[in-house]
Design a protein around this ligand. Structure first.
Ligand SMILES: Cc1ncc(COP(=O)(O)O)c(C=O)c1O
Length: 399
């Protein structure tokens, strides 16, 4: 029987959960006058870089800013070509478009739904400067193949790891293998920093320098007794020394606040536990749904840790007895369960239709999207909630 509590646990709205530790951290920062880019941000960056095994990490205001700044670091401009997958949130492709680059898509792997390296090389031209694979739903892409092809053609790989914080590819953390890795801490993600937030990681000191500069108006503070006092967030005490501020270029304000970062420090400590609950919940769903006719359940590729930001299922209308659209409607109105449709291929959107894209160009993505739904998954789902979800999917089959 559906209850408001069960239905709350089955909504996809909130990915993460907060507790008393986050509450204490927020109050602590309030007592420090809630700065931006202060000690808590520096702590969060250190912890996050250590967690990912990268030399650098920088907090940003959201995942979109992380992608945008990674492209700024590469100096992406009109005439450059950037490749990504058509099955992603628009931010992945929009970041390059807003810098004037030509964006094209690479069709997906029908099993993992990630960018298929088999289709990548044919899309590379001499102008291709960046490839943005997305670790979709929390499952890392085939990074060896993507990095090899990109390396051969001199293109940088910017990992969109917004779904995949804590995921692993052959023991490497998602986001740590490319030129940069981009994370989102939006409210629906596997960890969150009060609704919005993001991080960029990199092992490339030159990329990091540009990211840090452009994130915060390209400011450098110069002092009399030091050549320069690094970037703004280092907050080097200047004392009574003469100092002045200069701007290397015109940049942006994509900073994170300390209240968000202090929450991020705690969320990061809980991340593996939160992810494990998602992994366990996904396994429970897969066991419960395995005999339902017409469902294709998620596949975990060998050698990866999939952190199930979302739980994708394909629905065969003939076998299951209902189209995807009818299923989404019936789940909400008959069962009180909100099912997602992540994603409608980007080349169907007005934004990309007006850039010349047409239905038929990416047949694997199109065929998958006809049938793809995402079932609610989050770390606080109880067994009771999962049983209700399984029972609901079964109850609608061949109705
Ligand atoms: C795959 C992907 N990339 C990028 C983003 C952008 O992140 P944000 O919403 O933090 O800007 C999202 C957000 O949902 C996403 O799902």
């Amino acid at each position: 029987m559906s209850t408001p509590k069960l239905q709350h646990d089955l909504q996809i709205k909130f990915g993460s959960e907060y507790g008393a530790e986050e509450e204490r951290a927020i109050i602590d920062i309030l007592h420090k006058e809630a700065p931006t880019s202060g000690d808590a941000c520096i702590q969060f960056e250190k912890d996050f870089a250590a967690y990912c095994g990268t030399t650098h990490a920088r907090t940003v205001s959201n995942g979109t800013a992380a992608l945008f700044l990674s492209l700024v670091a590469l100096d992406i401009k009109p005439g450059d070509r950037v490749l990504t997958t058509p099955i992603t949130w628009i931010a992945t492709a929009a970041a390059a478009v807003t810098l004037g680059a030509e964006v094209d898509f690479v069709d997906i792997d029908p099993v993992t739904y990630n960018l298929d390296p088999k289709n990548l090389e044919a899309k590379i031209t001499p102008n291709t400067k960046a490839i943005l694979p997305v670790h979709l739903y929390g499952q890392p892409c085939d990074m060896d193949a993507i990095l090899a092809i990109a390396g051969k053609h001199g293109a940088a790989v910017i990992e969109d790891a917004c779904h995949a914080v804590g995921a692993e590819y052959k023991k490497h953390k998602a986001g740590s293998m490319g030129y940069t890795g981009c994370f989102s801490f939006h409210e629906q993600k596997n960890m969150s920093t009060l609704g919005e937030g993001g991080m960029i990681v990199t092992n490339d000191p030159a990329a990091f320098e540009r990211i840090a500069l452009y994130r915060s108006h390209c400011t450098r503070v110069y002092g009399k007794s030091t050549k320069y006092c690094s970037l703004d967030e280092t907050k080097v005490p200047m004392g009574k020394r003469f100092w002045y501020q200069d701007f290397d270029d015109c940049g942006y304000n994509f900073r994170m606040t300390d209240i968000q970062a202090a929450v991020g420090v705690i969320q990061l400590r809980k991340l593996d536990t939160l992810n494990q609950r998602r992994i366990d919940n996904a396994a429970y769903l897969s066991a419960g749904l395995k005999d339902v006719p017409g469902l294709t359940l998620p596949t975990i590729a060998p050698g990866v840790k999939h952190v199930f930001h979302l739980y994708p299922v394909q629905l065969d209308p003939k076998e299951y007895g209902m189209t995807k659209e009818d299923f989404v409607y019936a789940m909400l109105h008959e069962r009180g369960v909100k099912v997602g449709t992540h994603y409608i291929p980007l080349h169907y959107s007005t934004a990309f239709k007006k850039r010349g894209f047409k239905k038929g160009q990416f047949p694997v993505a199109e065929a998958a999207a006809e049938r793809l739904v995402t079932l609610p998954i989050n770390p606080r789902q109880t067994r009771e909630a999962l049983d209700y979800l399984i029972e609901s999917v079964k109850a609608l089959a061949r109705k």
